[in-house]
Design a protein around this ligand. Structure first.
Ligand code: TPP
Length: 369
C-alpha cells in the first residue's frame, strides 16, 4: 500500500473536523471491536492525564507532561504496529506506551521518581522513555538498521516533537536512515509548541514532513487529531518499511499536526506565551469527540456503551493510582544510584552532602527547602 499524500502542504484526513467520514475517504479498515478499543484507549488516556495533573497539584507526584489533545495521534499510530515492532518514545507518549503494554501504574511510578518506572516491562518492545530531546532518533535508526542486517521483520516507530526537528540527532538519525534504507517510521508529534517556542520559530520550511525529501525518503503530513487518518498513514508507512515494493524507500517521516491542550509540563504556565483563543480553536478538533461522533453515526457505540467505557476507564485509572501509591517512595539517595556504573568523585561528594543534610535536618526540612 502506498502512502496517500494530497499535496506537499495538505494533510491526510479521513474524518471531517466534526467527525463525519469525508466523502473522498474510504471507510476505516478496522473492525468495530478494534475501533471501540481505540476509542476506549483514548478516553482512558484523557482521564489518566486529568488525574495525573491533579496528583501533581496535590503534591503526590513530582512532575508530569500532559498529553491531552494528542491521544488520537499516540493511540492510533501504536494501533498500526504489528506484534514484533518496536516503539521509541519521548516523555509525552504515555498513551502510546500503554497501548504497547506499559502499565499505567508504571508510568505513574516513573513520574513519582522511582527508577523502576523507567525499566521497560519485558516483552513490550518499548525502548526506554527518553527525556533528552531527539536522542531516541539515532537509537531507532540503529535498531532498524540492526533489524535489516539480521533480516527480522521488525519495524521501529520513533516518536518526537516539532522541537526535536531542530536537533542534530534528528538530522543524523534521518540521514543514516535514508542512506542505509532502514525499516523505521519517524513520527513527529507536531503539537505546535516546544515549551514556549512556536512551530514557526522552529523552521522556515512550510511543513516538517517535507524534511524527509532531503534525506531521500517519503514524508507525509496527516491531521494528527484524526485518529483514523493517523492509523491509515502509519499502517501504510509500517508496511512499506517492512516490505517495500520495487523503487520504494523503507523509511517514512510522518508529521502528525495536532495541539497540546495543556501545559508543556506541570512546571510550565502556557498562559504567558499563548492565547486562550488559540487553545479553544484547536479544541474544536478534539480527537475524542470526533471519533465518538463517527462511531455513534455508524451505530458502533451509543449512550450506554459510552457510559460503560467511562466507568471502566475511571476504575482502571483509580486502580493504577492505588497500586503506584502503594509502592514505597524511593530514598533521595537513589537519585545517584543508576547514573554511572562507578560513581565519579563529584557525585560521591554530592551524595555525602545530601546524607549530611538528612542527618542534620531530617527529610521534612529537606523537602521544604
Ligand atoms: C537535548 C535537550 N535540550 C533541551 C531540553 C529541554 N527541553 C525539554 S522539553 C523541550 C521542548 C521539546 O519540544 P518538542 O520537541 O516540540 O516536544 P514536546 O515537548 O512539544 O512534546 C526542551 C527544549 C532537553 N530535554 N533535552
Amino acid at each position: 500500500m502506498s502512502i496517500i499524500q494530497r499535496g506537499p502542504d495538505e494533510q491526510v484526513q479521513v474524518l471531517t473536523d466534526e467527525g463525519e467520514l469525508r466523502p473522498d475517504a474510504d471507510a476505516p479498515e478496522l473492525s468495530d471491536e478494534r475501533l471501540v478499543e481505540m476509542y476506549r484507549t483514548m478516553k482512558l488516556a484523557r482521564h489518566f492525564d486529568e488525574r495525573a495533573v491533579s496528583l501533581q497539584r496535590q503534591g503526590r507526584m513530582g512532575t508530569y507532561p500532559p498529553m491531552s489533545g494528542q491521544e488520537g495521534a499516540q493511540v492510533a499510530s501504536a494501533f498500526a504496529l504489528a506484534e514484533q515492532d518496536w516503539i521509541f518514545p519521548s516523555y509525552r507518549e504515555h498513551a502510546a506506551i500503554y497501548t504497547r503494554g506499559w502499565s499505567l501504574d508504571q508510568t505513574l511510578l516513573y513520574w513519582m521518581g522511582h527508577e523502576g518506572g523507567n525499566s521497560p516491562p519485558p516483552d513490550t518492545n518499548v525502548f526506554t522513555v527518553t527525556v533528552p530531546i531527539a536522542t531516541q532518533i539515532p537509537h531507532a535508526t540503529g535498531a532498524a538498521w540492526a533489524a535489516k542486517l539480521r533480516d527480522t521483520s521488525e519495524v521501529m516507530l520513533c516518536y518526537f516533537g516539532d522541537g526535536a526537528t531542530s536537533e542534530g540527532d534528528f538530522h543524523e538519525g534521518l540521514n543514516f536512515a535514508g542512506v542505509f534504507d532502514v525499516p523505521a517510521v519517524f513520527f513527529c508529534n507536531n503539537n505546535q509548541w516546544a515549551i514556549s517556542v512556536p512551530r514557526e520559530r522552529q523552521t522556515a520550511a512550510s511543513t516538517l514532513a517535507q524534511k524527509a525529501t532531503a534525506y531521500g525518503f517519503d514524508g507525509v503530513q496527516v491531521d494528527g487529531m484524526d485518529p483514523l487518518a493517523v492509523y491509515r498513514v502509519t499502517k501504510a508507512a509500517i508496511e512499506k518499511a517492512r516490505d517495500p515494493e520495487e523503487g520504494e524507500t523503507r523509511p517514512t517521516m510522518i508529521e502528525a499536526v495536532q495541539y497540546r491542550f495543556g501545559a508543556h509540563t506541570t512546571a510550565d504556565d502556557p498562559s504567558v506565551y499563548r492565547d486562550e483563543d488559540e487553545v479553544q480553536r484547536w479544541k474544536e478538533k478534539d480527537p475524542i469527540p470526533r471519533l465518538e461522533t463517527y462511531l455513534r453515526g455508524e451505530g458502533v457505540v451509543d449512550d450506554d456503551a459510552v457510559e460503560a467505557i467511562e466507568a471502566d476507564v475511571r476504575e482502571e485509572v483509580a486502580d493504577a493510582i492505588e497500586t503506584a501509591e502503594g509502592v514505597q517512595r524511593p530514598a533521595p539517595e537513589e537519585l545517584f544510584a543508576h547514573v554511572y556504573a562507578e560513581m565519579p568523585q563529584r557525585l560521591e561528594q554530592q551524595l555525602a552532602y545530601l546524607q549530611r543534610l538528612r542527618d542534620r535536618h531530617g527529610d521534612d526540612a529537606l523537602l521544604e527547602s
